[in-house]
Design a protein around this ligand. Sequence first.
Ligand code: SF4
Length: 746
Amino acid sequence: AEEKADVDKWVKGACRFCGTGCGVYVGVKNGKAVAIKGNTDAKTNFGFLCVKGFLAFKCMYHKDRLKMPLVRQKDGKFKETSWNEALDLVANKFKYLRDKYGKDAVAYYGSGQCTTEETYTFNKLWKGGFRSNMVEGNPRLCMASAVAGYVSTFGSDEPMGSYSDIESSKCIFITGSNMSECHPVIYRRVMRHKMKNPDVKIIVCEPRRTSTSKIADLWLPNDPGTDLAVFHAMANVIITKNLHDRDFIAKHARITTGKDVVDFEEYKKFLAQFTPEAVEKLTRCPADHIVKAAEWFATSGATMSMWCMGLNQRKRGMWANNLVHNLHIITGNMGKPGADSFSLTGQPNACGGVRETGALSHLLPGTKPVANDKWRAHVEKAWDIPAGTIDPKPGFHTMLMFEKLGAESDAEKPVKGMLVSTTNPAQSLPNLNKYIRGMQDSFLVVLDIFPTRTTQLADVILPAAFLYEKGGVFGCSERRSQLTEKAVEPIGQAKPDLWIVAQIAKRMGFEKLIPWNGNDSMKANEQAWTDYITVTKDTEHTLWGATYDRLKKEKAGLQWPCPSVEHPGTERRYVRGLDPMFEHPAEKGNIPDSAQVYFYADAKKEGKLNLFLRPYEGPGEMPDKDFPFFLTTGRVVEQWHTGTMTMRIPEIARTHPNAYIELHPDDAKQLGITAGDMVEIVSRRGRSSMPARITKGTLPGVAFVPWHDQAMARMINFVCNDVVDPDSKEPEYKVAAVRINKISGP
Ligand code: SF4
């Protein structure tokens, strides 16, 4: 029906919700976006969209759109001002703070929802201009454990394969992901594959019996935060039953504790404590389910794992990622179609924008650490800045940055101001009570398209353009960069982030570093993109061949590594003969089962990947007498993150307007709660209240709340735990111990 919609033109782009990266066409009529349809040539979605992508244009013209810069006055109220005045104010204040308190006085906090060009430019200005590594982004809250997992196991970030592995797999292991709601178009591919091939086994490992697990052949329930033991038990069964791939392990793996290299016998001995029966007692995952899952995983011939926040947002998120990779290593499930250890990304451009451009406090473009002398020198040369400009010391990770922002004394508070772009930390950080004051007490500049909980705390609000009003590149979960063309003019006086950052750079004397400050957004995008891909040349993450011209022509974008303009992009990494980092141009065609697999991990030394012996460690807090329930949080299919956009799409807003708590019937009975009762959820950090839903879809003792609700009383992040993974620094949103009390009847 949308194909026949009355439009003047269809403009190619990508969806701006979720990391699937669905290709779209935006329908334009009389200069306005009036429809969206799926791009049938896009290899991510083949024309299919979920409700969010289909209706995205509807929020663009909502009456709440920010249309003018706003500056807070002495009386606390906001006043509209001109762009010149607002930008002068921001640049002067940034200069003042930097001169008075040092180069790290102003931080940048970005988003996996900015375009790659925007994030790259913010990162370049901060690290190459201000000489500050106080650069973070919300992917720290969702993907940092996946990054740390890939880098520690393989030596290189991001998945080895592609979504196309789904259609080749014989067994799909979904863990820590409610894919049917959070990545519905990928879930559709899984579902279709299962329907066409009933012998394909689907295993879902989750504390909740979600809609994803409805197609599962096997559900592995477990208490939140205990799945490390389940993964170890699966490895134990695989090895005990002699189902492991000895040759693969011997040829490609080095077994390590992270400190010491150990032999296979020691690994086997370590695993022996994780018998299915012992792990059932620890996790509530039935022993016979563990055995069956292990057998299917090891014997399918091609097993693909997929996971998302359930593994990442954990106190031992990196270890959880390592242990899933372990299952692939010991069974040789990699380097061939359908065998893949694949982390799904939450946001549309967390991979392309933040991970690949290195817009985190410890990284540089090309996903290499700031502490790496050689790489700093490479980036300084590419940016034409003096040697020694980039600080080798990482800045603060996200939680520390916001904590320091609220410190009492000047000495403890090196960060005095912050520029926040396209994200809403005043709603999305865990343990919000601890962090809101810092945002209130510092000089806060927020770029967004709508008023949010964060703009309420801002000193300056800068109205940003929506993706289809500016264009730019997004890189999705499968290493694929896709270009969105500008479809319409921005509403009111809204401006692209790229223009805003370039104007701030110009006012602060960094025009040479960031020269793309013109009004033509697609031209500026191209200049920034070209600058960026030059830095990635000759790295394993190279996008050197993915020029803007090519991205405009390619209907499905390009996957890195893409080392030359002739190169087709890389569907599957680590396969000799197909991976351009080893031999290029890459051969095309199917990969034979006998393909020789090769790994980057310490490739210069041994070319081996790391099989980790990680001890079991539970979540940061377990239920006890005072807080007897597990709480876990997540998304629903219609709503996106903090609901700032999706709650302004009427058709979607109607579906789940308010948060709710899901309780098992046994718990509800014990607490005297019936459906619709108002309940209070209390943790050691804060409280929240909302109506109850009763469902057998969760384990007794485990409660679930979606986190999109903007009402202060129902914002569940006041309750969530902010303990961070010591390696990835990602907080443990997924597990908190809580008390639940009935407040009143329906
Ligand atoms: Fe957009 Fe994700 Fe839905 Fe695709 S699955 S249309 S990328 S929200």
